[in-house]
Design a protein around this ligand. Structure first.
Ligand SMILES: NC(=O)c1ccc[n+]([C@@H]2O[C@H](COP(=O)([O-])OP(=O)(O)OC[C@H]3O[C@@H](n4cnc5c(N)ncnc54)[C@H](O)[C@@H]3O)[C@@H](O)[C@H]2O)c1
Length: 312
């Protein structure tokens, strides 16, 4: 089995590469390191069945070994801090980058798994979000560079499936966390842990009543692998992957402060534009089609993540 992971030096991608290398597959990782790092794949770089190519997938792809069976497209800045900093790169990787990888999948006869996002639901009017909900997205607000890039990526993935019969699967990933998150990446878990550990005020935007659902990275990677396993057998797979336990941001802040044994106070700041008020996946499709559901509790996952931040 030969697998290409675009964005494989990122947070989720590096665990996905580890998963397949550990299972004995040959893994090719393409990454331009815009938000990823060599440290994430340091252990893999020493392994014979792992090949890293530093490359921007929005540009013509480098020559790669042939015989690729499966392509994952995880390449994209993913945290708000990152896609605000790289708006055009984010749009390009979702559009040209996805098209380049779909073309490669067509040439190689490989199955294609697109890492989409819960952000395609925007600020949803339906709770919890099911895959047949079309979303409530501002097409030109500050978050649109990410949301619309992923919506386009879904559209072009579906077009390749219809036009060329490509075997595809789309995973709509909800907030995922775990070791290897960057302390300054602006995601809620990284922010809260960094602030609580430093004894600094923990910043909650709005009144903290907005909710998120947080999935531990090992659960997510298991879901992605199970989804890929079905891409050849089930046509037009679009699956939410996330943890359905919904928690308010205020509760999360309190939980992180307590797990860090911190004395930080919570401070409130204005809600950013288009910040979603509720986020919770309906994962019945993932349960029914993949037999997947998350196993790691929020408390356990946060403890592991905090331990990792402590070692930094
Ligand atoms: N972590 C989450 O909560 C979450 C939620 C929903 C969706 N996702 C999706 O999962 C994927 C991985 O997210 P992550 O959290 O690991 O983010 P990340 O930023 O850690 O990883 C993304 C990787 O893609 C690489 N990349 C970006 N543009 C590229 C380009 N043009 N060419 C080659 N490589 C490029 C980056 O360098 C990085 O290594 C992303 O596509 C993201 O949209 C993540």
């Amino acid at each position: 089995m030969k697998i290409l992971v675009a964005g494989g030096a990122g947070f989720i991608g590096s665990y996905l590469c580890e998963h397949y290398c550990g299972a004995g597959a040959e893994v090719i990782c393409l990454d331009n390191l815009i938000t990823g790092s060599r440290e994430n794949i340091a252990i893999l770089l020493e392994q014979k069945n792992f090949l890293f190519r530093e490359a921007d997938v929005s540009q013509p792809l480098p020559k790669l070994p042939s015989g690729i069976n499966l392509i994952f497209n995880l390449a994209s800045p993913a945290s708000p801090v990152d896609y605000y900093r790289y708006p055009l790169e984010t749009l390009r990787v979702g559009s040209s980058g996805t098209e380049n990888l779909l073309e490669l999948a067509r040439e190689e006869g490989a199955a294609f798994v697109m890492a989409s996002t819960s952000e395609v639901y925007g600020d949803p009017k339906v709770h919890p979000q099911k895959e047949d909900y079309w979303g409530n997205v501002n097409p030109n607000g500050p978050r649109s560079v990410y949301d619309e890039s992923k919506r386009y990526a879904e559209a072009i993935t579906a077009a390749y499936r219809r036009k060329y019969g490509l075997k595809t699967a789309i995973s709509r990933i909800f907030n995922t966390y775990g070791p290897r998150l960057r302390p300054a990446d602006g995601r809620v878990v990284s922010n809260f842990i960094s602030q609580a550990r430093a004894g600094a005020p923990v910043t909650v935007y709005g009144d903290g009543s907005q909710t998120r659902s947080l999935c531990y990275v090992s659960d997510l990677v298991a879901g992605l692998a199970q989804l890929a396993g079905k891409a050849n057998a089930v046509d037009n797979l679009v699956v939410n992957l996330g943890n359905p336990r919904e928690i308010t941001i205020l509760e999360l802040a309190g939980m992180v402060i307590s797990l860090c044994s911190s004395r930080s106070e919570i401070i409130f700041q204005p809600l950013p534009e288009d910040d979603p008020t509720r986020r919770c996946p309906d994962i019945s499709q993932a349960k029914n089609v993949l037999g997947w559901e998350p196993l790691v509790s929020l408390e356990k996952g946060l403890k592991k993540t905090i331990e990792w931040f402590e070692k930094l």
